[in-house]
Design a protein around this ligand. Structure first.
Ligand code: ZN
Length: 358
């Protein structure tokens, strides 16, 4: 079968790869119905840091049709259209029972698709454990909405959740790509009063306002820390969600977040090696009472079904994030390249492989 493969650093290609093997008795084989390219795919191919597994099928954002299930799979059958979480923890691991499901065994172990097991940019792919992984799509939820739930929405909301937002808080969201936009939507739902979004691409600024940003400021209009402090009477925001940017955003977050109770939630990826700078002065020389959380998106079936429920009941509509739509399996490469180029009007590039009724 055909697949879009990360062949070596800085290189991708279409390749004939072996058919996936059904993992008995809990696994499933699926065929993608719609997929999305992601900045994480771009990082895998073009990112620096530790060498990644090459000759590997890319892709982890997908709505798919179940082709075949293992003998013990109870809740899914061939023909079902399901949302496939980007993060697919091994819920049978003991570490998962202790709350470490995203890092059970080794760090990032929950990010398997397109990383440690073949991804979704193939004619078919396998999931090791269908009942704990796949998510039913409620009636009324569109294909694009479901596609936005599997990674973007859960990651953005993970960012908002770890920021420990209380009713009436001022929240600053650094980065307004798809993840930052969903962090804004999450913050609004969690009771933030004021949401200061930092970013500049016009399409994203428009979406930031749509999802609940009260102010949008640009990195290009001067020092972000100074401006956020000035906007908050010198106190800084109660919470900062880092959802994009280079190494400097980490330092900016520590610089700006409120002393004594400020919480920073990082769902941003920092490429390359080395260390992030923790500013000693604004960090109170290690005693500022500023909390820093770093996390990977929550995944698995229950989490994605919760995201889908937020869509079903009209709380968040992630469909406007899809700014570019391609049709046909062969256009996965175009969506991937567009995500790498990041034109001004791009938020997410989806590929509809089969138009299906949900
Ligand atoms: Zn992704």
């Amino acid at each position: 079968m055909k697949a879009f493969v990360f062949s070596e650093p800085y290189k991708t290609e279409w390749r004939e790869v072996p058919e996936p093997v059904l993992a008995e008795p809990y696994g499933a084989i699926l065929s993608p119905v719609a997929v999305c390219a992601c900045t994480s795919d771009v990082h895998t191919v073009f990112g620096g840091g530790k060498p990644k597994q090459t000759n590997h099928v890319l892709g982890h954002e997908c709505v798919a049709k179940v082709v075949k299930t293992g003998a013990q799979v109870k809740d899914f059958k061939a023909g079902d259209i399901v949302a496939v979480p980007a993060i697919t923890p091994d819920w049978r691991a003991v570490a998962s029972q202790e709350g470490c499901e995203r890092h059970a065994g080794e760090h990032f172990s929950g990010h398997r698709l397109g990383r440690t097991i073949p991804g979704v940019f193939a004619e078919r792919f396998a999931i090791p454990d269908a009942d704990t992984t796949l998510a039913h799509i409620p009636q009324g939820v569109t294909l694009k909405q479901a596609l936005m739930c599997v990674d973007v929405m859960t990651t953005g909301l993970t960012g908002a959740e770890y920021a420990e937002i209380n009713t009436g808080d001022t929240v600053c969201v650094l980065g307004i790509g798809p993840i930052g936009l969903m962090a804004i939507a999450g913050a609004a739902h969690m009771g933030a009063a004021r949401i200061i979004a930092v970013g500049s691409r016009p399409k994203c600024v428009e979406a930031a306002k749509l999802y609940g940003a009260s102010d949008v400021i640009s990195y290009r209009d001067g020092d972000v820390v100074e401006r956020v402090l000035a906007m908050t009477s010198g106190n800084g925001p109660d919470c900062v969600v880092i959802a994009g940017g280079g190494d400097e955003v980490f330092t900016q977050a520590v610089d700006m977040v409120k002393y004594g109770r400020g919480v920073i939630s990082n769902v941003n990826y920092y490429g390359g090696d080395g260390a992030l700078a923790f500013p000693k002065f604004s960090g109170g020389r290690g005693m500022a009472g500023k909390t820093i959380h770093t996390e990977l998106a929550k995944g698995g079936r229950a989490r994605i079904e919760r995201m889908l429920k937020m869509v079903e009941y009209g709380r968040i509509d992630p469909e406007p994030l899809v700014t570019h739509t391609f049709y046909g399996f062969e256009n996965i490469e175009k969506a991937f390249l567009l995500t790498k180029e990041k034109p001004a009007d791009l938020i997410k590039a989806a590929v509809i492989i089969n138009e299906v009724d949900l």
